[in-house]
Design a binder for this molecule. Structure first.
Ligand SMILES: NC(=O)CC[C@H](N)C(=O)O
Length: 274
């Protein structure tokens, strides 16, 4: 089978690229860490990949707002290449700082295809502090998102200072009606958090933790699926071990976050895009 090629962006303070490349490899892709300047100088081309991941970190130290400067670099130096990558069926995943970047470029929510203008924002957490914790996430099954097909719920870590999802009421309404809301922060029983802290760690409107574009091929989310690649990453893993022992069940094969990347790899394979 021909390989699925994923580009993991690096440089200027992005700092989750090794984990992200690792989990993409677990999911069956050939992942390559590529510096932003390699793309800008044309030493590397987006057109040679199927999946682009902009991961977490502190690009340009969050100056001028998290993800703003990287978004401007991408928009003005690689805007056309990005739009044509998406139009031709490429997948884009923005995790945390990467989500902030996608929002600041306008690629998310991407209402007007082919236009790069911002429509929503990720702003300072309501609690006024950086939050580093695990959250319960529930997925919207009606969403067109290709990364989250078949997913219902999972716990994932968040670590951010600017994660509050904000949009004007009419934009929120549009996101809801087009099912572009992909995942929400939830209570332990799976109901959306209803703004409750700390289940909703930042005060995001509608408990929104991630959205996609109308095609479902561009996803951005604040939680870090790459940081739940092994089942022992979860803070309750010793409980899980005991539960499996008592019930005679096998231990989990991997962390729940891997499935999101496997869905992307499977999507590329099934599209025959190879
Ligand atoms: N983990 C991250 O990517 C953090 C994103 C950004 N630096 C923030 O604090 O909001």
């Amino acid at each position: 089978m021909t390989e699925v090629r994923a580009l993991v962006l690096t440089g200027f303070g992005l700092n989750c690229d090794w984990e992200t490349a690792h989990v993409l490899a677990l999911a069956g892709a050939r992942a390559e860490r590529v510096h932003l300047n390699q793309l800008i100088s044309k030493a590397k081309s987006l057109a040679d990949y199927h999946i682009l991941v902009i991961g977490g970190g502190f690009s340009w130290a969050d100056e001028h707002g998290a993800g703003v400067i990287l978004a401007m670099r991408l928009k003005y130096r690689l805007g056309e290449a990005l739009l044509s990558f998406i139009e031709k069926g490429g997948l884009v995943l923005g995790i945390c700082n990467g989500f902030q970047v996608l929002v600041n470029t306008g690629l998310l929510p991407g209402f007007e295809t082919g236009r790069l203008s911002r429509q929503v924002a990720l702003i300072n957490n309501d609690c006024g502090r950086f939050r580093d914790q695990w959250v319960h996430c529930v997925f919207e099954t009606a969403s067109p998102c290709v990364f989250t097909r078949g997913l219902k719920a999972m716990d994932l870590p968040v670590r951010h200072g600017e994660g509050k999802f904000f949009a004007e009421p009419e934009v929120l309404e549009r996101l809801e009606s087009t099912h572009q809301v992909v995942l929400r922060y939830a209570l332990a029983d799976g109901r959306p958090a209803g703004g409750a802290f700390p289940e909703n760690p930042n005060g995001s409107l509608h408990d929104i933790a991630g959205i996609c574009d109308p095609t479902g091929r561009v996803l951005g989310l604040m939680p870090h699926p790459e940081a739940f690649h092994h089942w022992t990453n979860h803070p309750d893993w010793t409980w899980e071990k005991e539960r499996c022992r008592r019930r005679g069940l096998p231990r989990p094969r991997e962390g729940a976050g891997v499935q999101l990347f496997r869905n992307a790899v499977d999507y590329v394979r099934n599209q025959g895009a190879l």
